[in-house]
Design a protein around this ligand. Structure first.
Ligand code: HEC
Ligand code: HEC
Length: 459
């Protein structure tokens, strides 16, 4: 037998190369195609929003307040109100120009829309803001918090607004710089929050503390086996359960409205009277900028803050899509693997002085209490009883039409949102209470996972 020539060796190498390329493509096709390795998020549900309408059973007068409140919720603010169609009081610092800008998807009251309104807000009316690196045209609306003060010496945790009114035609003479977000990011001192929806918020407000507590102590053996505990956040003064916001840090819709008006938009009001930034040259109005209209009658009398709260209180819960065989199986799996131990499918309101809100079943898919979610979700911000890794079980009603997930909007993929629940302990925080449930998710067949995802997107 002759020794292989250089030409033989060359063609052998070519055959091996060709065979490996072929094998590679076959493997890629198998992984991506026919025998799909994982279940896939069906994506944002199209069609009827099923959200944004008033709750059934309101009186004619209550409906008038709902409509007026909705108009105010959508009203764009300017600094002086001298721009047609705007109210007054924006700034000196702000994250957005109207409530509805951030609470938009799939209808007024919801969450971040597909196109980020903060890009436009940065330069509206000639404002000279730079768009921070974490705000992108198709990304979520975000607000920023610094866990520590910029010099990293003390606890902070508060919201640092993205924009200032400097350069706007209605804010002549104000020269206020934006915070240095790049430096904060370099120091590991920057965290984000995205908007939560307010559909059905009036029902959340009216769930009795006793209902929340007895739900928390139910199914205790199963919860213990899976490592799930949880505790309510409470108000330091009256001791009752607080329930709004990613950390259940706020007591009521009226307090949230007053705070959001001042924090997100810079509008001082009867609940929050002080401008957050008091730089000379940037104060254009007396405070509070929003107040009770003593000179008027009917639904116009209350302050904007009260009207926002009334609008949200009367806003109905999101309606899910009609059930299918797959979504029904998905709901069973949601129960059987333990998601429902935190995401309680429904809680019922107590007796309310507003008949339409009395004894209503709220299908919120939340227990409204805090859980340790582990180091990878931790944001190192404490609010009330909530520590740096504790979050309120996010209500899942309306989830089918939500674009961005988790407190910081880290993903638009439902599968990644689920998997991000799991993380193991580090020196600072315990492991996530959801770890065992996420292990259960991994053990599901692809079909079962898919049914679960289909169920979630039907909400
Ligand atoms: C720049 C965007 C932005 C604007 C403008 C804005 N919000 Fe929000 N909203 C958020 C974010 C972000 C959160 C979550 C905050 C958190 O929990 O830390 C939120 C949460 C809420 C919640 C809590 C809902 C729940 O289920 O817990 C309410 C209520 C609310 N906003 C009302 C309002 C009102 C009323 C206005 C107008 C005065 C407003 N928001 C303006 C971004 C915004
Ligand atoms: C230990 C309690 C717990 C368990 C168990 C749990 N979750 Fe969650 N879930 C949370 C908390 C808390 C958040 C908010 C965390 C954050 O944003 O950092 C959340 C957020 C979510 C979100 C994102 C919602 C949004 O608006 O961004 C989805 C989707 C979700 N959970 C689905 C599931 C599914 C499906 C399961 C079961 C496989 C599950 N969860 C199990 C507590 C839990």
């Amino acid at each position: 037998m002759r020794a292989p020539s250089a030409a033989d060796r060359k063609s052998l190498r070519q055959i091996i190369l060709f065979a490996s390329i072929l094998l590679f493509f076959i493997m890629m096709t198998v992984l991506q195609g026919g025998t799909r390795a994982i279940a896939i998020d069906p994506g944002v549900r199209a069609g009827n929003p099923g959200a944004g309408a008033p709750i059934a059973g309101l009186t004619t007068n209550q409906l008038a307040f709902f409509t007026t409140g909705q108009d105010d919720f959508m009203q764009v603010q300017s600094v002086l109100g001298s721009i047609p169609g705007t109210g007054s009081g924006l700034g000196p610092t702000f994250n957005g120009e109207s409530c509805a800008q951030c609470h938009a998807q799939p209808s007024t009251g919801g969450t971040s829309p597909f196109t980020n309104p903060q890009i436009g807000a940065a330069s509206a009316e000639g404002a000279t803001n730079q768009v921070p690196f974490f705000i992108t045209p198709n990304g979520p609306v975000r607000e920023a918090r610094f866990p520590l003060t910029p010099d990293l010496r003390q606890r902070d945790g508060g919201v640092h607004d993205l924009f200032t009114i400097a350069g706007r035609s209605d804010a002549a003479g104000c020269n206020l710089a934006q915070p240095d977000f790049l430096q904060a990011a370099k120091n590991g001192n920057l965290i984000f929050r995205i908007p939560t929806p307010v559909f059905g918020a009036g029902l959340i407000e009216l769930i009795p503390d006793s209902t929340i507590r007895s739900n928390l102590s139910s199914k205790s053996a199963r919860k213990r086996n899976l490592g799930i505990s949880g505790r309510p956040n409470t108000n330091g003064n009256d001791g009752t359960i607080t329930r709004f916001g990613w950390k259940a840090q706020n007591k009521s819709l009226e307090i949230f409205s007053g705070e959001a008006y001042n924090v997100e938009m810079g509008v001082t009001n009867e609940l929050f009277q002080s401008e957050r930034d008091q730089s000379v040259g940037c104060q254009f109005n007396g405070t509070p900028e929003d107040l009770t209209h003593f000179d008027q009658d009917g639904p116009e009398i209350p302050s904007d803050v009260t009207k926002f709260a009334i609008f949200m209180r009367f806003l109905d819960q999101s309606q899910p899509a009609p059930a299918t065989t797959s979504t029904q199986r998905g709901l069973q799996i949601f129960h059987s693997i333990g998601c429902a131990l935190c995401h309680t499918p429904s809680l019922t309101t107590g007796q309310s002085s507003v008949a339409a809100l009395s004894n209503i079943q709220a299908n919120l898919f939340s227990d409204l209490v805090l859980h340790h979610m582990g180091p990878s979700l931790a944001d190192n911000v404490s609010q009330g009883a909530a520590g740096g890794d504790e979050f309120r079980t996010a209500p899942l009603w309306g989830l089918g039409q939500r674009i961005f997930f988790m407190h910081d909007g880290r993903t638009s993929d439902l599968v990644k949102a689920i998997l991000s629940h799991s993380s193991t302990r580090n020196t600072r925080y315990p492991g996530s209470e959801a770890n065992a449930v996420i292990d259960n998710y991994w053990r599901l067949s692809v079909q079962d996972q898919q049914d679960l995802l289909n169920f979630l997107r039907s909400l």
